[in-house]
Design a protein around this ligand. Structure first.
Ligand SMILES: [Zn+2]
Length: 445
């Protein structure tokens, strides 16, 4: 559904690289919040009265949804251009080299110079992007009634993110630069290899260690529903998972749920917003989808996929950077990629190639999401709950049911709403006696 569980994966993937400075534009495509809508509420409330086999029609977008969609597209283009212009400005004005000179005069030691440069660069970028971030993340969300967060809450969250980004950058960015220094011809290969364990580490600790920094993780209030979730998990072969309810309703309308873990730390997490907005059947089918991601090993597939993607992108960066430095070294104020002043160049090139690769990446994630939907449907066999749940959440998030092709290719981590609702309506192999694709994953009762 919103099922944005996997979004944190994208963050983690790009987090690790300097690309994390690129993230805002990429993550934007996945940003979602929610709004109140009476018609969707009506569908939800009457849901139990409707016959289970009823097909839920894909709605036409409302006038408000259309406005949000169109202005969002304009904003997406602008913020992408902005995201390329800023690092280009750092480079071509020689400003990056000046920051490096300052870092050298203060730091002396190689690793300290890198740390100081990264702190200055990240903070400056934060300030430069701040007006756009305030508009996008706060003003616009309120204008469309998609958020009820106060400005101070919003600001404190974005300060926390800045601190984490800066800290991670200062702590880890020396790794690719060490590789650049010692192995200027193969650094792209070694950096992408170093990315894999780091990626796994971030993916596993993020939900367990970082997420509780931002939110309150408590036991689930609704014991009866918790029992049903545990039964579903048991059927999906997830044993001894702990169920957590996250208190999110104070600062967001967005719903979320996910299943994470390794060995004996299995966590089934639901935001309280999910429980408030959806009925128990819809919550179960959402969690069926999330369990699908977990059981089908989607996290590992994503790690593998993004590792390869990073490898290809870094190779492209490596080849292009050499040409750029050759041509513009006097303007840039550095003649080697291993100079920390090259960070904006890496960010710039990484952004360009990431943008070029995005349609491929999203085609892959859309495939995984469809399979998680299939798993959720097969394990619950509740088409009605899935279709109404999707309808409700998409409507709340002002999602255009049938966005244009460019939106689908560049901004759709999930299949577009109309495709998901139609799939939820029509996928019923158990009714025709056809074989279930994931039957062998389900424990027999
Ligand atoms: Zn999902």
């Amino acid at each position: 559904m919103n099922f944005i569980c996997l979004r944190s994966l994208t963050c983690a993937v790009f987090f690790l690289l300097f690309a994390l400075l690129v993230l805002p534009t990429f993550a934007l495509s996945a940003t979602e919040s929610a709004a109140d809508n009476d018609s969707a509420n009506a569908v939800r409330m009457s849901g139990t009265a409707i016959h289970k086999a009823e097909v839920i029609p894909v709605p036409e977008p409302s006038e408000k949804t259309l406005r949000y969609y169109r202005s969002g597209n304009v904003l997406w283009v602008l913020s992408n251009i902005w995201g390329l212009l800023i690092p280009a400005a750092f480079l071509f004005t020689g400003f990056s080299a000046r920051i490096r000179n300052f870092a050298r005069s203060v730091g002396r030691k190689w690793i300290l110079i890198i740390g100081i440069y990264v702190v200055i660069y990240t903070c400056l970028n934060f300030l430069i992007d701040f007006p756009l971030d305030v508009y996008q993340g706060f003003i616009r969300q309120h204008a469309y009634e998609l958020s009820n967060q106060s400005f101070s809450q919003w600001l404190s969250d974005s300060m926390k993110s800045l601190m984490i980004v800066t800290m991670m950058g200062a702590l880890f960015l020396w790794i690719p630069y060490l590789l650049l220094k010692n192995s200027p011809r193969r650094w792209w290969l070694y950096t992408s290899m170093a990315a894999v364990p780091f990626l796994l580490f971030v993916l596993l600790i993020q939900p367990i260690w970082i997420a509780p920094l931002f939110d309150e993780f408590g036991p689930m209030q609704d014991r009866a529903l918790e029992e049903r979730i545990l039964q579903l998990a048991d059927r999906a072969g997830i044993e001894e998972g702990d169920v957590f309810e996250v208190n999110k309703s104070e600062d967001t309308e967005t719903v979320n749920g996910y299943v994470v873990g390794l060995l004996n730390t299995k966590r089934i997490v639901l935001w309280d917003t999910l429980l408030e907005k959806l009925n128990p059947e819809q919550v179960l089918v959402v969690m069926g989808h999330e369990m699908g991601h977990y059981v089908l090993g989607h996290m590992w597939k994503l790690v593998l996929f993004f590792s390869l993607l990073i490898l290809v992108i870094l190779y492209a960066v490596h080849r292009t950077a050499a040409i750029m430095i050759d041509r513009f070294q006097h303007r840039f104020g550095f003649d080697k990629l291993s100079d920390i002043a090259s960070l904006p160049l890496l960010v710039l090139l990484f952004s360009v190639f990431l943008l070029a690769a995005t349609p491929v990446a999203f085609a892959f994630t859309r495939h995984l999401e469809l399979e998680a939907d299939r798993f959720g449907l097969e394990i619950t066999q509740d088409n009605h709950a899935m279709a109404t749940g999707l309808l409700f959440l998409h409507d709340e998030n002002l999602r255009h049911p049938r966005p244009g092709l460019l939106y689908k290719l560049w901004r759709s981590w999930h299949p577009v709403p109309a495709e998901r609702i139609e799939f939820a309506n029509t996928y019923r192999p158990w009714e025709t006696g056809d074989e279930l694709k994931y039957a062998n994953y389900f424990r027999q009762e």
